[in-house]
Design a protein around this ligand. Structure first.
Ligand code: S3P
Length: 445
């Protein structure tokens, strides 16, 4: 990551305009990975050119695929074919990206190659045993630091055995790692998830020609099964705008009186839309226009108008469908009238930072009353008035903490400064320009 970049956000007027936020990060990673193991060319429109995804592109090149950007911004990936990834001559540096690291560990585990993974200081703290444990059951070998953390070596094999694995945590990354390992494994590999997590891997695998089936279990859980060793063929992909990035201008527009914005081509996968449900319950005026499907992924334009928000209880079972949106929801809750209770946030502790702690500390510094429960809940007491703000927020290498507090700054009495906005580049290049183009006042501090 480049230089430290402190940013400041000041009380702003209305946000007005029509914008498109960058491409979906989850779908972008997966399109490069599947393109790299397909036969022929995959053409990707709207790929997120954030640092996380560029780390995936670089890794796929080291594994033998070609991945190039045309002058018009279209990406072309020439795949090596399933089972034909080459042993990389260098360490695979996944930067800040847990998704890139975990999914790729699954993919290379089913190839007869040895790969060394590393990341930045944030990624190297994050738990990897949740992925290495099921992959070890399939027959891959791993040597990592304590807790299975990076830097870590994967000794893969094309002789893995298929497994049926029940996810101990609601994690699309773990599910995806196992399905990707199952791809180059004979027979069928099944992941059972008690709570539905984002299904972009399943959708895209089908788009490339694999067979992926789902079956409801007696206890309500969902079994997802991939049939190994399919013919994967290069495809054309249009990446929708990332709903997790759209969340930032969306919340800012809700908070600032007089605002009306349109967010174009936003992904509407029902396993990603928990934030909209929550904000609409809080009184948000959001309409979904021009709804359509692109390569199996639903997409819409979102019209968002300023709204007076009120506190609600967000149930724990909604967490997987809005797991990345709690920091910005907390900003909305800080400006709402009444108390918002967010339940079941344990997974927030193992994101790019301990997001539960970072959000709670940042809110307190901005004069917002809040409590963290022993059950990993977050309660935010809003007054319906602008919070005081006027704080310097620690972001701990976490893009979403930085963007969430910059959004809160647009609606706080005194400016909010974040200690480092450089990590916004991992997921949302152009964030400051896009927000300011709509009417926000974000500048270098
Ligand atoms: C992602 C899954 C989520 C999410 C992350 C992207 C993915 O992580 O937080 O930003 O692309 O599969 P978990 O699966 O670990 O919850």
């Amino acid at each position: 990551m480049s230089q430290v970049k402190p940013l400041r956000s000041s009380f702003s007027g209305p946000l007005v305009g029509t914008v498109q936020v960058p491409g979906d990060k989850s779908i972008s990673h997966r399109s490069l990975m599947l393109g790299a193991i397909a036969v022929g060319e995959t053409v990707i429109h709207g790929l997120l050119e954030g640092e996380d995804v560029l780390h995936t592109a670089a890794a796929m090149r080291l594994l033998g695929a070609q991945a190039d950007r045309d002058s018009d911004g279209v990406w072309r990936v020439r795949g090596v074919g399933l089972g034909a990834l080459q042993e990389p001559a260098q360490v695979l540096d996944m930067g800040n990206s847990g998704t890139a690291a975990r999914l790729l560990m699954g993919l290379v585990a089913a190839h007869p190659i040895t790969c060394v993974f590393t990341g930045d200081a944030s990624l190297n703290k994050r738990p990897m045993a949740r992925v290495t444990k099921p992959l070890e059951q399939m027959g891959a070998r791993f040597v990592g630091r304590s807790g299975g953390r990076l830097p870590l070596t994967v000794v893969g094999s094309d002789q893995l055995v298929p497994i049926t694995y029940r996810l101990p945590v609601a994690s699309a990354q773990v599910k995806s790692a196992i399905l990707l390992a199952g791809l180059n494994t004979p027979g069928t590999t099944t992941v059972i998830e008690a709570e539905p997590t984002r299904d972009h891997t399943e959708t895209m695998l089908r788009h490339f020609g694999a067979t992926v089936t789902t079956e409801r279990q007696e206890d309500g859980a969902l079994a997802v099964t991939v049939t190994g060793q399919p013919e994967l063929t290069g495809r054309s992909i249009h990446v929708p705008a990332d709903p997790s990035s759209a969340a930032f201008p969306l919340v800012a527009a809700l908070l600032r009186p007089g605002s009306e914005i349109v967010l174009k081509d936003v992904g509407m996968n029902p396993r990603r839309t928990g934030l909209y449900d929550t904000l609409i319950e809080m009184g948000a005026d959001i309409t979904f226009e021009n709804q359509r499907d692109e390569a199996g992924e639903p997409v819409a334009d979102l019209r968002v108008k300023h709204s007076r928000l009120r506190g609600v209880v967000v149930p724990a079972d909604r967490a997987p469908s809005m797991i990345d949106e709690y920091p910005v929801l907390a900003a909305a809750a800080a400006c709402a009238e009444g108390t918002t209770v967010m339940l079941g946030l344990k997974e927030l502790r193992v994101k790019e930072s301990d997001r539960l702690a970072m959000v709670a500390d940042g809110l307190a510094a901005c004069g917002v009353s809040r409590e963290v429960g022993a059950d990993d809940s977050l309660t935010v007491h809003g007054t319906g008035e602008p919070p005081k703000g006027g704080a310097l927020i620690a972001t701990a290498m976490d893009h979403r903490i930085a963007m969430s507090f910059l959004v809160l700054g647009t609606a706080s009495a005194e400016p909010i400064q974040v200690d480092d906005g450089a990590f916004i580049e991992t997921s949302f290049p152009g964030f400051v320009e896009l927000m300011n183009g709509l009417g926000a006042k974000i500048s270098e501090a």
